[in-house]
Design a protein around this ligand. Structure first.
Ligand SMILES: [Zn+2]
Length: 521
């Protein structure tokens, strides 16, 4: 069954309304209408563009989605492309794998229609079923080449029986199921969930929050909403600025357990409350805190290569160990600061990461920096020989801990990694409107620590063995370095790497202060 309800008259009324409500009136205006074919797994997209320049317009579709570092080749899902001016068909030709060149002559407006096959499930794929539609914009909405800065509106025509639309996009007041984005970066950064999922709303510290969840069963038996608020408060308090008016937690059900960060939303699959053991519950909170803290670390605090994006090809950066690894470090720290986890639980989480890196062979083959740069070849380390790779999530988390310990040690606990994150946010994102270069990152660290982090940088740029005993001692933490017996022939020495808090009476006041700052112990 197809649900086609679009029409030119409806479309024109939307355009008129948008000229009124959008404060920035650009030369060109773009409006999309999306209809949903729930049985065929298709999205029917109609794009109307006005004030076209010249006689030809190149439309492009991204081939990847920021945060998901793999070429997705979204144009492969496009069929039935057509263009028209009024009722006259326009000629067009395909250019490369992601371009459609439309010859509109003297016509200053055109309507473009196409269908998108939407039947793959991931955080970066559109999927339509009879129950719901999950729509990340990257593979769905074409943009005019060199004009990603244009504002746009989009109307979603819901299939009958569907009642909910959840997204970080701003609704257009007075226009049913219609949303506005100030440019295409925002559109592509705002996935949409439609269907009959459960929605919960709350206000916190002057901002509006929505939780859109498909599997809420059992949530009422947990302190989830209160814990979520604590995580939000701990995160925003760290930076001290909240760069959104509203935020949407999009929690589609199980099927793909990944999550993807966005500037004022997250799409995190597999959030369920059926398993009540504490470890599973904390795993769920860590996951959500990770995607939430990304609104700072990677969306605003970012390597300079990560925005504005070239959606045509890979964007190489050596800084994902900061963007992902430090986010993994902070997911742990934020749950501690929120009062959700114990010091021992936080220590155990870091211990797990140290073990997974140090007992694996990849650590002798690949630096943390290289792991980031080459991710396009080895998404989620799915390389031909995974043993030769390391994860910038886990080793980056460890470097977050070591960097925090080092800066606190060097400054007698007057400065920390928090100050680095704040500087990267205010001195680059806010003051300069851009990300930071690799050298700028190390310079910020040196300024805050009072001296260069020479050895820390070696741990990032090379495969040098990490001196855990020295760094963990800063906070009175011990680590078992005893090799396992009977491990001859292994490429790396196997150890338990078991960490433990030293007795308070055996610690200096500074060790106790650092331990308290990081582990709340
Ligand atoms: Zn992440």
């Amino acid at each position: 069954m197809m649900m086609i309800k679009s029409g030119i008259n409806k479309y024109i009324s939307v355009m008129v309304a948008c000229f009124v409500c959008v404060t920035v009136v650009a030369a060109q205006q773009i409006h999309y209408t999306v209809d949903i074919d729930t049985h065929g797994h298709y999205l029917h997209v109609e794009m109307f563009a006005t004030e076209l320049e010249g006689t030809q317009t190149m439309l492009k579709l991204p081939v990847w989605a920021p945060g998901y570092y793999i070429i997705m080749d979204y144009p492969k899902h496009i069929i039935d492309f057509a263009a028209a001016a009024d009722t006259q068909p326009l000629q067009w030709e395909k250019v490369g794998k992601s371009g459609w060149l439309v010859n509109h002559g003297d016509n200053k407006s055109m309507k473009v229609t196409y269908r998108v096959f939407a039947n793959e499930q991931s955080v970066a794929d559109a999927k339509v079923t009879t129950e719901r539609a999950f729509i990340p914009g990257n593979g769905v909405f074409m943009y005019i080449e060199d004009h990603k800065e244009l504002p746009l509106t989009v109307t979603f025509n819901l299939p009958s029986g569907w009642e909910k639309i959840s997204t970080g996009l701003d609704p257009v007041s007075g226009m049913e199921n219609t949303y506005h984005a100030k440019d295409f970066d925002i559109l592509y950064d705002s996935p949409v969930l439609m269907g009959n999922h459960t929605t919960l709303f709350f206000d916190l510290e002057g901002r509006r929050y929505e939780v859109a969840i498909e599997t809420p069963e059992g949530m009422e038996d947990t302190p989830f909403l209160e814990d979520l608020k604590k995580i939000i408060s701990a995160s925003t308090a760290l930076i001290g600025d909240v760069p959104y008016e509203h935020y949407c937690f999009i929690f589609p059900g199980p099927g793909n357990e990944g999550g993807l960060e966005h500037i004022n939303s997250q799409a995190s699959f597999g959030i369920t409350f059926q398993n009540h053991n504490r470890s599973a519950y904390l795993g769920l909170l860590y996951f959500i805190a990770h995607e939430f803290f990304h609104l700072y670390n990677v969306k605003t605090i970012r390597p300079i290569e990560l925005g504005p994006f070239d959606y045509d090809k890979e964007v190489f950066t050596s800084g994902l160990w900061i963007s992902e690894g430090f986010t993994s470090y902070y997911e742990t720290l934020l749950l501690s600061r929120a009062g959700i986890t114990t010091p021992e639980e936080a220590l155990s989480k870091h211990n797990y990461s140290i073990r997974s890196i140090e007992n694996a062979e990849g650590k002798i083959h690949m630096s943390l920096r290289q792991s980031s740069y080459d991710i396009w070849l080895n998404f989620f380390n799915h390389s031909a020989n995974g043993n030769t790779r390391i994860s910038y999530y886990t080793k980056g988390q460890i470097l977050g801990l070591l960097t925090d310990l080092t800066i606190r040690k060097m400054t007698e606990n007057t400065k920390s990694l928090d100050n680095v994150m704040q500087s990267l946010y205010y001195d680059f994102h806010i003051a300069k409107g851009r990300g930071f270069t690799e050298e700028e990152y190390w310079s910020v660290c040196a300024n805050i620590a009072g001296q260069p982090l020479t050895e820390i940088r070696e741990y990032v740029d090379t495969t040098k063995e990490i001196d855990y005993v020295k760094y963990l001692d800063y906070a009175g933490i011990e680590i078992d370095m005893t090799p396992y017996t009977g491990q001859e022939g292994r490429p790396v020495v196997q150890r338990s790497w078991q960490m433990s808090f030293r007795e308070n009476t055996a610690c200096t006041p500074m060790q106790l202060a650092l331990r308290n700052a990081i582990f709340l112990k």
